[in-house]
Design a protein around this ligand. Sequence first.
Ligand SMILES: Nc1nc2c(ncn2[C@@H]2O[C@H](COP(=O)(O)OP(=O)(O)O)[C@@H](O)[C@H]2O)c(=O)[nH]1
Ligand SMILES: [Mg+2]
Ligand SMILES: [Zn+2]
Length: 315
Amino acid sequence: MRKKESKENSRVQGIVTRAVGSSFNVLVDSRTVACFFRGRYRIKKEGLPASTSGERIFPVVGDRVMVTLSDEASGVIEEILPRETKLSRPEVELHRGEQVLVANVQQMIIVASVQLPLLKTRAIDRFLIAAEKGELQPIICVNKIDLASDEKYKEDLVPYPDLGYKVIFTSVPEKRGLEDFKACLKDKISVLAGHSGVGKSSLLNVIQKGLKLVTREVSTYSLKGKHVTSYVELYPLDFGGFVADTPGLRELGLWDVDKQDLAWYFPEFEDCLGKCKFNDCLHLTEPGCAVKEKLQSGKIHETRYDSYKRILETL
Ligand SMILES: Nc1nc2c(ncn2[C@@H]2O[C@H](COP(=O)(O)OP(=O)(O)O)[C@@H](O)[C@H]2O)c(=O)[nH]1
Ligand SMILES: [Mg+2]
Ligand SMILES: [Zn+2]
């Protein structure tokens, strides 16, 4: 009896911050525990015993898990708690269905820069679609405002607050907007998205002591025919919350949208959809298009409609 009691006492909850094969780092309170996971675990479904029902799952980064501690620094993952959200990609090669890459992410911080690389709202629009697709709350962070010679870049960003998206402005060397950036991340599980060089790693390094992410990293290219494993790591933040360093959106399975569905990812088009003369209208040059009418009335920003057209061409 004594033994059982002590075993139960050593069962603790944590969050998976790193997963490599069957070895996991689980953050318990504020310490990292090296864990193993044996065999397969079946998620409990609708009151049935876990052993007889449900899908087989494997822990991933972001999972909240129950761990039995072997000692202070190691343990075994016994249970995976229900996932609130998941970012996955289709597992094509091994026909295993979907592969979950990261669980329980709540928001996507879309990072762009004013200069180097130059601000392109179309890139923001693409990431907004990806966030929508992954059911993540998007926040736009415009970095390197120290490099702006005037406030012109703000004009390009006018559509976003109108559409209900939060926009923040930051500079790493001038330490501007960093409190806003921290406030966005606080107590949430976030992924950072944005083109290489916009300052994602620099922003994280400056708000989290000891992080030391490599800046100006060169992206890894996939050799033709070789399978590149996406690698996600979740970093705990001292002020509360976690942030994930993500591979590309494609790897996250966030970027495959049908031509016909694209318009649904533009909130300002929504009240027009279903009202066009042709029900397969792509809102380009078709007669009787409700989207074009709204555009002509000035209630859709030209730059957003332009993005729609350009993105449509790439699908
Ligand atoms: N002027 C300026 N440079 C920045 C800022 N943030 C990052 N950088 C620089 O931009 C380059 C790319 O930054 P990095 O964090 O590696 O970008 P990432 O690829 O998005 O992770 C580095 O040389 C940084 O020092 C900023 O706010 N202002
Ligand atoms: Mg980086
Ligand atoms: Zn139309």
